[in-house]
Design a protein around this ligand. Structure first.
Ligand code: 1PR
Length: 529
């Protein structure tokens, strides 16, 4: 019997699903006594350090947990579940951790690297262990802005390090107590295998000092993301569709490229590093009415063990009965259904307009969701379109000099943000939008291009460069992929952290494996498909 310590802070559905897939029964910790009574304890920390420790103390779990750990009972901590073992964290100054390990968790330094450290990175094992044996060549999914550093205090515990700028602690083990900075439940089949070993008690470990041969520094992989634009067709079926410059109809009918759950499962098996669902007509419907979409997420998370993002309709709204729902309510429902991140489109544009007029006041969806679920859970989906101008000072918006002249030979343009699926342009540019949303707490930018969408002409490199240069959070380049070479190009020419495509994958024109092979050949680090 496996006990799960879920204090209600985010998506632990994937972990539950992974344990179920492995054939183990799971029970929830409800009282402090349940901790000491556990045979094997899973602690998936989600959210901020302070919130996690605060919740553990409120529930009376902190002391029994410490006792359980000091008694060397079987334990697997994940992400914040590792960080809580330390004495404290720069994320929440003054909040004591469990103090099983000495020292403080620190923030990744301000440097050239994107923060959060988000995506697939390798491990450098520091001891022989049954847990990591023969998984050395694999990458695992990390998402965090804070990390612990190996020092004399962790010497007896250190199991593996990972490099991001400098090395940080990726895994610790002391007897039967194990903690991982990465998410095995989001790390595909190698992650599931690692989880199986813990659940089956296959955790023997070498003595500290039994260091395996040195390995080169690990590298964060560039991510390849499959995107599924989902909506109901005219017959009322939920389908994956695909537009050309956001027009998803062909001869009057909504294009139907398949069923959402089936396609997501296919992309998981083909090696997609993440899956994104965009509910593209949610701007006009009440999103919580859209039960089929929630069902899609639930069913997908039973079989897809890489990160899932869902976008569309994340905003406050009043339903037909006059009842008000906050954006946080909508997001919470998506997280409960299996989403790891939510993506905000139209509402982010309105928020930036309001911040410009009145300043930030903590009430926006971005601020509220980031405060509750962490920055990494909030993606901003930008739907920009090029607007050409004759001169850089023709508008107050951020203008670039472009190598792709406009219809009248214009050499300058700006990237106008749109709302409602590209139907309405607003007086906000993509660079300002990204910058302000980052300040409000967004953790990632999904950068579409209406001009390139469905064109197969390659990503809009100038757009990606402009936005990439304006923020430190990860940027996903989207729209226009037509061949593996376009992925190589976008990573070579811009600092994009990930690249997303839809049409070429749906129409089976280019397999994900071919994209990864081209990237690997070009020396771009990728997770193997
Ligand atoms: O405004 O918060 O309700 O969110 C709506 C979401 O739906 C936004 O993320 C917006 O991008 C998306 N959306 C709305 N209408 C459309 C449409 O196509 N008519 N799809 C739409 C956006 C763009 C990409 C696409 C890439 C790659 N689709 O996600 O997948 O362009 O395509 P390609 O590789 O085939 O070129 P809100």
């Amino acid at each position: 019997m496996i006990s799960l310590l879920d204090y209600g802070a985010g998506n632990v559905r994937s972990l539950r699903n992974a344990v179920a897939r492995l054939g183990f029964a799971l029970t929830d910790v409800r009282t402090p006594a349940d901790i000491l009574g556990a045979e094997r304890l899973l602690f998936p920390g989600v959210g901020a350090f302070g919130a996690a420790m605060g919740r553990l103390r409120e529930l009376g779990f902190a002391e029994p947990l410490r006792e359980y750990l000091l008694a060397d009972r079987p334990f697997l901590g994940i992400c914040i579940g590792l960080q809580c073992l330390f004495e404290g964290s720069a994320e929440s100054p003054g909040v004591p951790g469990l103090g099983v390990l000495p020292g403080q968790v620190e923030r990744f330094p301000a440097a050239a690297l994107s923060v959060p450290h988000m995506g697939w990175n390798g491990l450098r094992p520091r001891r022989e262990s049954a847990l990591l044996a023969e998984l050395e060549a694999e990458r695992f999914y990390f998402v965090h802005s804070y990390c612990a550093r190996a020092d004399a205090g962790t010497a007896d515990w250190l199991l593996a390090e990972t490099d991001y700028g400098q090395p940080f602690v990726a895994a610790v083990q002391h007897g039967q107590v194990i903690a991982l900075q990465f998410h095995p439940e989001k790390s595909g089949e190698p992650g599931i295998e690692l989880l199986r070993r813990f659940l089956a008690g296959e955790v023997s470990v070498g003595t500290p000092g039994s260091t395996p041969p040195p390995t080169p520094p690990t590298r964060l992989a560039k991510r390849v993301i499959a995107c599924l634009d989902v909506r109901s067709n005219d017959q009322g079926d939920l389908v994956v569709t695909k537009g050309d410059q956001y027009d998803v109809r062909e001869q009057g009918e909504v294009r139907n490229l398949g069923k959402p759950v089936d396609l997501a499962a296919r992309y998981y098996h083909e090696g997609a590093d993440e899956i994104t669902f965009l509910n593209i007509t949610a701007f006009r419907d009440f999103p919580l009415r859209d039960q089929p979409m929630l069902e899609v997420l639930r069913r997908t998370s039973e079989q897809v063990f890489v990160p899932l993002t869902i976008g569309g309709g994340i905003r406050a709204f009043t339903d037909a009965d006059g009842r008000a729902h906050s954006a946080l309510d909508v997001a919470a429902e998506y997280f409960r259904s299996g989403a790891d991140k939510i993506s905000i489109g139209s509402d982010a544009v309105y928020t930036v307009e309001q911040v410009r007029a009145r300043g930030a006041d903590g009430t926006s969806a971005i601020e509220q969701i980031a405060a509750r679920y962490g920055n990494q859970a909030v993606v901003i989906s930008i739907d920009p379109r090029r607007v050409y101008v004759d001169a850089p000072d023709a508008t107050q918006r951020t203008v670039i000099e472009t190598a792709i002249p406009g219809p009248n030979g214009e050499r300058f343009c700006w990237f106008q943000c749109t709302v409602s699926g590209g139907r309405e342009g607003r007086d906000v540019d993509a660079v300002e939008l990204a910058r302000v949303c980052e300040q409000l707490g967004a953790g990632e930018i999904l950068l579409n291009s209406i001009d390139r969408d469905g064109s197969g002409a390659g990503f809009d490199l100038e757009l990606v460069q402009a936005v990439r240069g304006a923020v430190r959070i990860p940027v996903i380049a989207s729209s226009g992929a037509g061949s593996p070479a376009h992925f190589v190009e976008v990573f070579a020419e811009t600092g994009a952290d990930a690249a997303l495509a839809a049409g070429i994958f749906h129409r089976r024109e280019v397999p994900i494996a071919a994209v990864k092979a081209a990237l690997a050949d070009a020396g771009v680090p990728v997770r193997r498909a």
